[in-house]
Every structure is written in structure tokens, then in C-alpha cells.
Design a protein. Sequence first.
Length: 479
Amino acid sequence: MKRVLTFASILLLMVGCSKNEIEQVEKPAIEIEKDIFEYLNTDLSGEVAVTSNVEWGMALMGGEDWITANRKDANIGITMKENNSVNERTAKIILTSKDGKIKKVAVVKQHGNKPTLIVDKATFALDNKESQLAVKISSNMEWSAQSNVSWCTVERDGNNIKISVQPNTQFASRTASIAVSGELPVADKKITITQKGSIDFEVDKRSLTLTRLGEAQEVIVTTGLEWTVSTTATWLKIVKNGNKLSISAPENVFLERMATLVLTTNNLNVNIAIRQAGRTFGNELDREVLIALYTTMGAANSGTDWDITKPLNESTLSSAWFGITLTTINGASRVTGINLTGKKLAGKIPAEIGYLTELTELQLSNNYTIEGTLPASIGSLSKLKTLTCSRNQISGSIPAEFANLKELTIFQIHTNKLSGTLPANVFGQLTKLNSLELKLNNLTGAIPQDMKDNPKWASWNGAVNICPQNPGFGFSNCP
């Protein structure tokens, strides 16, 4: 038995050694210094730096006659003709391993005969220690370089700039930007330097974009510290697994939306900007807004008689979308009217109502149980002419954004629970407003002077339609 065990132990040891030896074998690779090698129009030679642990060959693609390329020791030497044209030109060199399994492409760009600035390297990621950097600048004119922060200084040295970066004693990472400017009209070149803070707390992405379907994306966090993640966006799904975050979202049926993730450790925050793609303005978006109205305002239990499974078009309008008016605009059927007066709706008016950019009429009076506040997003309905919400339970104040409703001719919201004061610089802007009814709410304070100065003030008949408020409320300067 002992002999068997000893033999097994030796066998396991041999297998372990073989495994270690295999793990130590370097992975075949061909690497080039950068993807694009840029040259001035007068540069006649250059070099593509290559690092490889395999045999490789190269070929110049496209049969370009202004450039030749040949192996030069471990690198590639290139020869160019002067470019007398104002247009830049490019050539591609393909590097292929002997077995054909690895391919890399180096792009050579020669600028045209016009003012040119070329920065040899544009981004640096540094630790928190002091650093000295050098960047080669190629140009056919005089140029200068300037940093935007005091902890990163620049000094010109011939065709190079020397960059001195002070140690970072702060917790957070920081970023410097160096602008390289030419004396002739040409876009500045920017060199970005990111330096870690004294606490090692970094993410591999500071921003990311989710598709409209919201498929998960991953963020990797580099730190040895405990950390938390938070966001105010209720639509984001965040899963933390060790040093990784999985970020996803449900399908976005509305316009694109934005959010911010905040990662925190030791009172240090790192923000990640999130964007999720959405629909564009059109029939499908209009339909989704109506579905949101249907689901949030209890329309399923009301007298709307909608069938939200149906498409939104003229053929389904009478059978599935009672109270909706459609108009063909730029080839699409758009919602231009909503009349759900007295349909026993309840709940809050959804903020998505502001996406109905072609809406001219919104009538929700006599439902009695619509509550919540008036969405500020209604102020984005620049074509709205009629807004009636009387005899409901709507509370809060009138949004300042309503000043944008320049086409509004009728605004009736009497017999509700509006409170506070009337906003200044709103009703004074609505010079097409022929009918205004604010009576029987809980409004107080003074009627703004700009409102009284509106040429339509007399037609509003304030003594009848504005001043009378619920018992215990009222304005201090009614006529």
C-alpha cells in the first residue's frame, strides 16, 4: 500500500510540475506600438515598432505607389514620397504569423501639404507617484503647449514636450489636459493624463451606453477596500459580484434616459454615467405614452374601452382607442388629441405625456379622482392649445414650465386642490390664452403683476374664474 501511495504521490507531483510548466508558456502574440502611425507631408521615412514572440511576415496592402515597407530587424521600415497634395493619404501594412493564426494591421497616415500637428501619444494613465513624460510633436509650423492644471507642467524641448507630474496625495484620481496649439489655423491636439489617487479605487469605465433592450454590461472595480454602489434611477438593475458590477435595464419604450451610478469608499466617490438608448418621436412612442396613461390612471377599470394590444392607426382608432385623435404628420400617424372627459380615470397623470410632441388637445375634466401634481413635462408640449383638468383631485402648484405653452388658448383646472401661489412669468407669457379658469382651488398669495398685465386679463374675468377659492384660501389682491 505504501508503494502505491508513493507512486501516486510522485505521479501527482509530475502532473503538477507539467501543469506549471504549461502555464508558464508564453502565449503567441504580435503587438504593434500603436494602431496609426502619422507623418508630415515632407517625412520620407519612418518605422513601425513591432513586438513579437513568433515568426511573422508582412505585406503592404492596396498597391500604394507612394510608400514601400520592408522588414528592418524586428521592426518595419517605411519609405514615403513627399505628399504635395493637400489631402492626407493612408496605407495599411498587414502582419501575419507564420502559421497564419495571428494578424495585425498597422495604418500609416501621411498628412497633406497644409498646417499639421501630430502628437505621438495622446493618453497616459499614471499611478499616484511623481512622473516625468516626453511626447514627440511633429509639425510644419510653430506650436506651443499648455497645461490646464498646476500639478502637471509642460516644457518644450525641441520637437518634444517634457511633462512633469507631481505626486497625488489626494484620495481621488485626477485628470490633466494639455493643449498643443499651432500658430496657423488648425485644430488643437489634446494630451490627456489621468493619475490615480492615494487610494487605489478605479473603474474601467466612467460611462457606458445600454441598448434600448437593456442587455447587461460589466464594470470592473479595482480596489482592496470595501465599497458600495448607489443610484437614484429606479429603472437600473445593479448586481455586485466581488469586484464586478453587472448593469442592465428593462426595455426602454420611451426616449433615451440618463442615470448616474455612485461608487463610494472612505468618503471617496467615483461616478459612472449611464445612458440607455430609446425610441425616437413617432407613432410607436405615442402608442407607448397612451399605454402608460392607461396603466397608471386605471383606465382598464374605467370607461375608456381601449385595447392596448392593438396598433395605433386610423383603422383601429374607433374600436381600440376611444377619445384619441390622430393626424398624419410627415408620413406618420401622430396623436394630436386626447379627450377622456368623464371616463372615471384615477391616479396620476404620467410624466411621459410630455413625449406627445404633436398634441394640441388634452381634456381630462370630470373624472373626479385624478390626483397628484401637474407634470412639468406638459410644458414641453409646444403645440398644445386646449388643456382641461377641472373637477378632479389635482394638487401642488402650476409648473413654471407652463410658460412655454405659447399656443395655449384654453386652460381650465377649476375645482381641484391646487395650492401655494401662482408662479410669476407664466400667465403673462400666454398671450393667446382666451379662457382661464382657476377657481375653487386652495391657491393663496398675490396674483402676479405680469399676469394682470396680460392683454387677455379682461377676457379671463378674474372675479368669476380666478379669484373665488375654496373656504380659507384666496388671493390678497383680487379686483
